[in-house]
Design a protein around this ligand. Sequence first.
Ligand SMILES: Nc1ncnc2c1ncn2[C@@H]1O[C@H](COP(=O)(O)OP(=O)(O)OP(=O)(O)O)[C@@H](O)[C@H]1O
Ligand SMILES: [Mg+2]
Length: 309
Amino acid sequence: MDASAATVTPTVSDAPITTNFFAPTGRPGADDVSSEPAPDDLAAQPVPERSREIVFEVSGLSVHYGQSLAIDNVSLEVGANEITAFIGPSGCGKTTVLRCLNRMHDLTPGARVGGSVHYHGEDLYAPKVDPAEVRRRIGMVFQRPNPFPKSIYDNVAYGPKINREKGKLDDIIERALTRAALWDEVKDQLKKSALSLSGGQQQRLCIARALAVQPDVLLMDEPCSALDPIATSRIEDLMAELKRDYTIVIVTHNMQQAARVSDMTAFFTAELDDAGQRHGELVEYDKTELMFTSPSDSRTEGYITGRFG
Ligand SMILES: Nc1ncnc2c1ncn2[C@@H]1O[C@H](COP(=O)(O)OP(=O)(O)OP(=O)(O)O)[C@@H](O)[C@H]1O
Ligand SMILES: [Mg+2]
């Protein structure tokens, strides 16, 4: 498991929200009755495509670890209520890019982030932004389930328990476990240690823990790689369900999984630069269907058909 994973858990900040970027943006024009055409004009109006709400706008992103450039010049947009998959060979920088989306690199010694990440139109890295609030709104689920050595209840209660009465907390916990498709399996044993759960149950518990602080986005770094096919399939079903209310970005090495669950796919690879140093780049980003049927770059095709990587 990633060494820093254990230190980063969903937390609730007492700090005031220092920007308005967490306010719901809504879809432009959705409630704008006054701009609707009169009935007589309707036939003449083209049907407008529902605009895609952008949650993350990543532009010219680079990350250095010390002197070493890990990823360079990554630009992409992540749409609301979509599942976006990051794929590519080991070491190409998928995790590095994912961690830029909730400022996890603030916690990595020597890591330096360049370029920009906007979240609902606001600069995520602006000095006024509270990183703890960022990580509450943008939760993370790791490769290996990492429940705390506490009860099932206390794992989910960990984030929201500050300033809550017990009754309210019980509701929050039931709701989060239900949303994570775990409630029916654990409702009679909430005081049992989380470590007594199976791997797949532990991963759903970690998802419940992330959901309990009411995030907007879930970042998932290979969430199924330690799970068997049945547990994997449950998490995939859960993701499809969750995307109605959340935006999800998932890193996966499983091509079938990316093809099955995601709306958009970003393919990264590591390229040698002129100095002989290897760094990750975004090769192609498009609708998943297109990426898997007619990718425009031969490197994407080579990877998804298993010719390299
Ligand atoms: N904390 C760190 N300190 C120094 N170098 C790092 C650190 N984390 C990642 N790197 C380097 O950055 C590059 C990209 O790593 P990253 O973990 O993002 O790749 P990945 O695509 O997620 O790989 P994998 O599929 O194996 O998880 C690699 O060369 C890696 O060695
Ligand atoms: Mg990784």
